[in-house]
Design a protein around this ligand. Structure first.
Ligand code: AMP
Ligand code: MG
Length: 405
């Protein structure tokens, strides 16, 4: 049986970045840039007033209490019609271009207009450059601002807007189709009959996919019956990634692997040495008509926590690659245990745990857990502690790996 590391390698080997596409800024939040972006012009594009006040020549104000004639008024968006004359002050508003010859702005609060129409400055003497941002201080035309691989957040989108990049080339969000399978399942808004349970995996995986900046479509529950199952799997194969849940174990109604094979999905592996989630299945769908690679297909086990662990270990890194990220296989962080722990099992185990404050920073506390169907305990967790295969007692403060949500 494959180890987690070998299985992840096999997945990443088959994952490649989706072809970049041009998007409007409103749709690009969370996307990864597929091009470098440079400044289209100097910023600010002129010497800019940073305060409402009077643009002055500091050479005119050598003593406290001096007065100047009031020249023109320059509001934001207007341009000065002439240079500032000697002995003159121009009324400027924040963001307005400075008139030629002016070298500072006196705040309006430190100026008083007298009955004689002159403006008088009683505040402290002002130094050249005060309250003025010189042309090009923040950026020069041609400066490299953002690079390919940068993830677009609010500030970066704002910067793109300021340099006129109304559309950007980004790796598109992967489209994920989710097919829950199982005759026992009813949708969350239904009352389960005898022997039935609600489909929690659909919602769980859709949320995980959205948290990875993917667009997830939740398809209807597929029955444990070949024709109905295949019809839904076929729909799901149109996406970039197909996730199924349930039906990959050894039961006689576990029809997912054979149904995927019948649809031309090539199996890469089935079963990984881990707990929970051993029955996980992974393959690659047939190439598209245009020759592009087929979808990645993950058959996740039915128990909710098994599916969650499978998603975190294999699907999330694959999505990162599809989205154009290169750092998909970073090592897991390590923390000290906040409790001694007795681990039993011949497979590496991913045990729900929460982060708590310890004497030397954050530690992880494994939670009392009823196993792979116990999603309730996972709601109190921040991730999973990894206990390697083998029975062993772990002592308080021992270092362990941690797979965060
Ligand atoms: P399976 O892998 O299909 O044998 O399912 C394993 C266990 O997970 C069974 O107890 C199922 O009832 C449960 N299960 C399967 N699919 C779901 C689902 N979508 N939501 C919640 N539990 C599920
Ligand atoms: Mg099932």
């Amino acid at each position: 049986m494959l180890t987690v590391a070998d299985a992840l390698n096999a997945v990443l080997h088959r994952a490649g970045p989706l072809p970049p596409r041009r998007f409007g800024l409103a749709e690009a939040l969370g996307c990864i840039l597929a091009e470098d972006v440079v400044a289209d012009r100097d910023w600010p594009p002129f010497d800019k007033a940073l305060m409402d006040g009077y643009a002055v020549r500091t050479a005119d104000l050598t003593e406290v209490g001096q007065t100047l004639r009031i020249g023109e008024e320059i509001t934001a968006g207007r341009v000065p019609s002439r240079p500032l004359a000697v002995g003159e002050a121009a009324l400027v508003m924040t963001g307005a271009p400075m008139p030629e010859g002016a070298d500072a702005v006196v705040m309006i609060e430190q100026a008083k207009v007298g009955d004689d129409g002159l403006v008088r400055f009683d505040g402290p003497l002002i130094a050249a450059g005060k309250n003025v941002m010189p042309l090009g201080l923040e950026m020069r035309a041609g400066d490299a601002l953002l690079r390919r691989g940068d993830r677009l957040n609010a500030a970066r989108l704002g910067l793109l807007a300021s340099v006129g990049k109304a559309e950007v080339l980004v790796a598109p969000r992967p489209r994920i189709a989710i097919v829950p399978t199982g005759d026992e399942l009813v949708e969350p808004d239904q009352e389960p009959g005898p022997g039935q349970i609600r489909n929690s995996n659909g919602t769980l995986l859709q949320a995980l996919a959205q948290g990875s900046d993917a667009r997830a479509e939740l398809l209807p529950i597929a029955p444990d019956e070949i024709d109905g199952l295949q019809a839904l799997l076929k729909r799901g194969l149109a996406a970039d990634v197909l996730l199924t849940t349930g039906g990959v174990s050894a039961g006689n109604r576990d029809l997912v692997p054979d149904s995927l094979a019948a649809l031309g999905v090539e199996r890469v592996f089935h079963k990984v040495r881990l707990k929970p989630g051993k029955p996980i299945w992974f393959g690659v769908g047939p190439r598209r008509d245009d020759g592009s690679p087929g979808p990645l297909v993950f058959g996740l086990p039915g128990n909710p926590v098994s599916g969650l662990v499978g998603f975190l270990l294999f699907v999330r890194p694959a999505l990162a690659v599809l989205r154009g990220r290169e750092t998909a296989m970073a090592p897991l962080p390590r923390y000290r245990l906040a409790l001694g722990f007795e681990h039993k099992g011949d497979r590496p185990t991913y045990h729900p745990a929460r982060l708590v404050a310890g004497p030397d920073g954050q530690e992880v506390e494994p939670l009392a857990w009823a196993g792979s169907s116990d999603l309730r305990t996972v709601t109190k967790a921040d991730g999973f502690v990894v206990f390697p295969a083998g029975d062993r007692s772990y002592s308080l403060r021992e270092q362990v790996e941690f797979l965060p949500f």
